[in-house]
Design a protein around this ligand. Structure first.
Ligand SMILES: Cc1ncc(COP(=O)(O)O)c(C=O)c1O
Length: 394
């Protein structure tokens, strides 16, 4: 048996590794408090589950679904985009439900990347952007997200020959892992750059609803001509705490949507229909749960920010996402500081290097942890800091 060479370039998925380490320590009886994974701890709201249970009893939902999703779901997605962003989409041509947005993010490279083609990816960034590119035989080219530039890419620093060779450009705001946000003027700049170099834009908007203090992030689809040049990936995962049900969507350019549909219809058989009905219920039902979730996350954010300041870990206060991107102290790498926190405080975080080389020097805390565990984590961080730590080689 021989594993295909393309897998040689594919590292184990970041969280598979982290989860395994945490499981090993827990198996030894250690009480690890994990701030590592971005997976909402609060349950899916009851009214959404009700839609799913009701649909699960209907035998018409027991058969293979269509890859294109229920027409009613595509319509509900289009309505949601219009209500939330004022964006008008054709539900039959410009909307495609996904088995979670990660699925579409991974597959879209197959539509646009020929072997040797370049995809511009944010660094640090969500790992499936570069990995999808690699699986399609392409080369990810990192666009550094520097703190000095508010974690936005600097298009002018991308060499002309790279931009001309690139086929896709990935963007993601509100951003994982940095928690940074982008406004419409940035999306206009990105679109201008994409038009200059004939690039297709893929914007990942998974976190637009996870926000604090009334901040309302824009959609890439709001800029004029967005549907000429790109698609946006969105998800019910973070908006409605539905990560386990696996449902998301791509919206935008009809040609890109059709290409993605062609790949998907050959590989998957759509989203279980009871889950599609739950999504329709979520998108059309009361949106109060979003503000309720965000109020809880905001309290957690503020508590964690206070202790990070106290222990000298510098971080910006995020306006959106449930992530805090903190600088590791001088003298440490992201990996050895992560290890130190795990060994000495029983606290798991994600090392920034896992998101690309520009993530070096940072760690990511996720706020998707119960209030009790957060409080315990905070007191552990305080007492660990009080015990003082010794410097290691960076
Ligand atoms: C930036 C970003 N995009 C997409 C996803 C995937 O979400 P989904 O559950 O829709 O696959 C995640 C999940 O963590 C994410 O962080």
């Amino acid at each position: 048996m021989q594993i295909a060479k393309r897998l040689d370039r594919l590292p184990p998925y970041l969280f598979v590794d982290i989860n395994q380490k945490i499981a090993e320590l827990r198996a030894k009886g250690e009480d690890i408090i994990s701030f590592a994974i971005g997976d909402p701890d609060l349950p899916t709201p009851a009214h959404i589950i009700e839609y799913m249970c009701h649909a699960a009893h209907d035998p018409t939902n027991h058969r293979y679904p269509e890859t294109a999703g229920l027409p009613e779901l595509r319509q509900a997605i289009a309505e949601w985009y219009e209500k939330r962003f004022g964006v008008i989409l054709n539900p039959d041509k410009e909307v495609l439900p996904l088995v979670g947005s990660k699925e579409g993010i991974g597959h879209i490279a197959l539509c646009f990347i020929e072997p040797g083609d370049i995809a511009l990816v944010p660094d640090p960034g969500y790992p499936p952007f570069p990995m999808g590119t690699i699986l399609a035989g392409g080369e990810p080219y990192s666009m550094p997200l520097k703190e000095g530039n508010d974690f936005l890419p600097d298009f002018e620093s991308i060499p002309e020959e790279i931009a001309d060779k690139a086929r896709l450009m990935w963007l993601n705001y509100p951003n994982n892992p940095t928690g940074a946000v982008a406004e419409l003027d940035f999306f206009e700049k990105a679109a201008h750059f994409a038009r200059q170099h004939n690039l297709a834009v893929c914007h990942d908007a998974a976190y637009t609803e996870v926000t604090f203090e009334d901040y309302r992030p824009p959609s890439f689809m709001q800029i004029s001509g967005a549907t000429d040049i790109g698609v946006e990936f969105h998800s019910l995962s973070k908006t409605y705490h539905m990560t386990g049900w696996r449902i998301g969507m791509a919206v935008g350019n009809a040609g890109m949507i059709e290409a993605l549909f062609r790949v998907k219809s050959n590989l998957d058989s759509g989203i279980p229909q009871a889950i599609q009905h739950a999504a329709i219920g979520a998108l059309r039902g009361s949106q109060n749960c979003i503000a309720e979730h965000n109020a809880i996350l905001q309290q957690r954010r503020d508590k964690l920010m206070r202790v990070l300041n106290e222990v000298g870990l510098k971080a910006r206060v995020p306006k959106a996402t449930f992530y805090i991107w903190a600088e590791v102290p001088q003298g440490y790498s992201s990996v050895n500081f992560t290890k130190k926190l795990l060994d000495e405080a029983g606290i798991a975080v994600t090392p920034g290097i896992g998101y690309g080389k520009e993530g070096e020097g940072y760690i990511r805390f996720s706020l998707t942890i119960s209030d009790d565990r957060l409080e315990q984590g905070i007191s552990r961080l305080s007492s660990w800091h009080a015990r003082k730590y010794h410097c290691e080689e960076r």
